[in-house]
Write a protein that binds this ligand. Sequence first.
Ligand SMILES: [Zn+2]
Ligand SMILES: [Zn+2]
Length: 169
Amino acid sequence: MREVAVDQEITAYNLAGSCLERYVASNLLWKKRLNMSLNGSCLCGQIRYRIHGPLETVLNCHCSMCRKAHGAAFRTRAAVRTADFEWVGGESLLSRFESSKGEHRTFCSMCGSNLVTLFEENPEWLGFALGTLDDDPGVKPEMHVFVGDKAPWHEITDDLPRWREVPDY
Ligand SMILES: [Zn+2]
Ligand SMILES: [Zn+2]
């Protein structure tokens, strides 16, 4: 039965329209999974992290910086509270690159896996790339952003909202 309840919360989260509704839904979802934390690691396995709180605003970013950083059609990212994010191992291997003023993308200096983005002007939040998760976060992308920069060889085939840049939320 617990699984069903979690599924309903995930549906509520994915259907929620406003930022506030999403926040409430994702916190409900997280409370249902209180005993869980999310674990992740880089490709070489030396950097490991754990997340103790909800992932907010999961989206696929098609901007050219994300495409290049990930060597992929897009980056799937979420916002995570810095207080909910913990490095478990290998933090000394972290390298960073300032891709925009005040925005530092971090990656493993051994294997190149992209990890979190640090914001000088908003240190309470991290940009978190979902690709290195080892656990299922239970949430899915809500939208595509920067589709104006989308790779010409990639076709979006889902029905999620598409934004030329980033909507206000
Ligand atoms: Zn690594
Ligand atoms: Zn991007």
